[in-house]
Each structure stands twice: as C-alpha cells, then as structure tokens.
Design a protein around this ligand. Structure first.
Ligand SMILES: [Fe+2]
Length: 257
C-alpha cells in the first residue's frame, strides 16, 4: 500500500528498531501507532526525506532558533533588529542621506532666489516647483533614515556644502540655467542611487536592493524625464516673455521633480 505525496510516504509493518531512526531526528514525525485503520502499521517518510541533500528546505524550528538565539546581542549599544546588514551597506545609506540633503539644500537656494521680489515679478516658478522639490528631497533623506534605523544601522548626518545663491546666466537666463542645474542634480542623484544598489548587490543584501528599486529608482527616472522636458521647453521659449508663459504653465501643472 502506498500513498502519493511530496515525500513519498509509505506504510509498512511497525518495527521498533526503525522507530529510533525516524524518531527524534526526523523532520517529519509520522508515527501512527495503534491508529484506527492502520493497526500494527506505521506511516513513515521515505529515507530520501531524511537525506541531508534536501535539508535546506527542512525547517527544524527548535534547532534553528537556538543558533539565532546565540546572535541576539545583550549589550545596550547594539541593535536587536540588525540581521545580515553589513557595515558597507550602513555606510552607503548614510552617504545617500547626505546626497539627498545636499540636493534639497540646492533647491532651497533656488527657491530663495526665485522668491526675490525683483525676480518673482516675472518668474514665480520657484514658489511652487523648487520649493516642492526641496521638500521632496528632504523626504527622501528621511525615508533613508527610517530605513537605516529599521535595519539596525546608525544614522550619521554629515555636513552640507554651501550652495550658490545666484542663478542668473547671461546667455541662458536664470530659469533655463536653474532648470539645467536641477536636471544635472537629478542625474547625479540617480548615479548615487545606482551605486547604493551596487553596494547592496555586492553584499548580497536583497532587502536593501529591493528598497532602492521600489522606493527610489523608478521615481528618479520620472524626475529626470520631467526636467528634461522643462529644459527643452525653456530652450525654445528663450528668455523674457516666453519664460513667463512657461512659469504660468508650471504654476498650473507643476509637480516637484
Ligand atoms: Fe531624491
């Protein structure tokens, strides 16, 4: 009599000596002594089921948790949550936090520039676009900080560089110049994110790679595409009145990069 299953269960006459073999060490406890319908027979997993070749898929909860228990730190300075999170990944996340804050800071400088009374008279773009972009970059930094803590790393904030405060450009005008600068910043951020993803790959950190992909990479492409379109439009309208029209369009439809 044979039962079909994943482990090729079989029923055979009960043998006391075999019970030692399949007893405590077997991952699948299948003894059924004196069970109605089986009489003096027992159900056992085939010997293949005990083969260590398939041990990777066998869950031995009490044995495995003992190993994990040894790794739970008991010093107050160490994170309890940290698991398979290397120093390289922790460092790379802190670097990316700094990138996001620096980009946010540059957008703040642009916002402050275009908010000046003599600039805003013809260009209100800063009041929405650059301000929102700055806030969004800061949110990216905060998201990375939350993730750092979630993985059991330590957030180490670094100093930020002083951004330029003037964005006027003789040939391009300030709107186009600032938008080209914004496009360059987003491309640079994309490169840094790809570096972060590479560090995750090199350290076999699937969760960090997934976090970067799902929370940042797709959105970064959207930002680059949008800024590329803005730069192309500003190049066509040149300076002056055309920029005012562009500005009106952004005030109506503008979303941060
Ligand atoms: Fe960002």
């Amino acid at each position: 009599m044979h039962c079909q299953s994943l482990y090729s269960f079989s029923v055979s006459p009960f043998n006391a000596s075999e019970s030692r073999f399949y007893g405590a060490s077997s991952a699948v406890q299948l003894f059924r002594r004196n069970v109605a319908g089986y009489g003096g027979f027992m159900i056992k997993a085939s010997r293949e089921a005990n083969n260590r070749a398939i041990s990777d898929i066998v869950f031995e909860p009490f044995e495995e948790v003992k190993k994990e228990l040894l790794h739970v730190p008991n010093v107050p300075q160490a994170s309890l949550a940290r698991q398979k999170y290397t120093d390289h990944c922790e460092f790379a996340i802190n670097e990316q936090i700094n990138v996001e804050y620096n980009v946010s800071y540059v957008y703040q400088a642009m916002y402050a520039y275009f908010d000046r009374d003599n600039i805003a008279s013809y260009c209100l773009v800063a009041n929405s676009f650059f301000k929102e972009s700055s806030e969004e970059e800061r949110q990216h930094a905060e998201k990375l900080m939350e993730y750092q803590n979630k993985r059991g790393g330590k957030v180490k904030l670094q100093s930020m560089l002083m951004p330029v405060s003037e964005f006027d450009h003789i040939e391009k005008g300030d709107a186009l110049y600032a938008m080209e600068l914004a496009l360059s910043l987003e491309k640079l951020t994309n490169e840094k994110l790809l570096n972060l993803h590479r560090v995750a790959d090199q350290n076999n950190d699937v969760q960090l790679a997934d976090f970067v992909e799902s929370e940042f990479l797709a959105e970064q492409l959207e930002a680059i595409k949008k800024l590329s379109e803005y730069v192309a439009q500003l190049r066509r309208v040149a300076k002056g009145h055309g920029v005012w029209h562009f500005d009106q369009m952004l005030l109506t439809n503008g979303v941060a990069a």
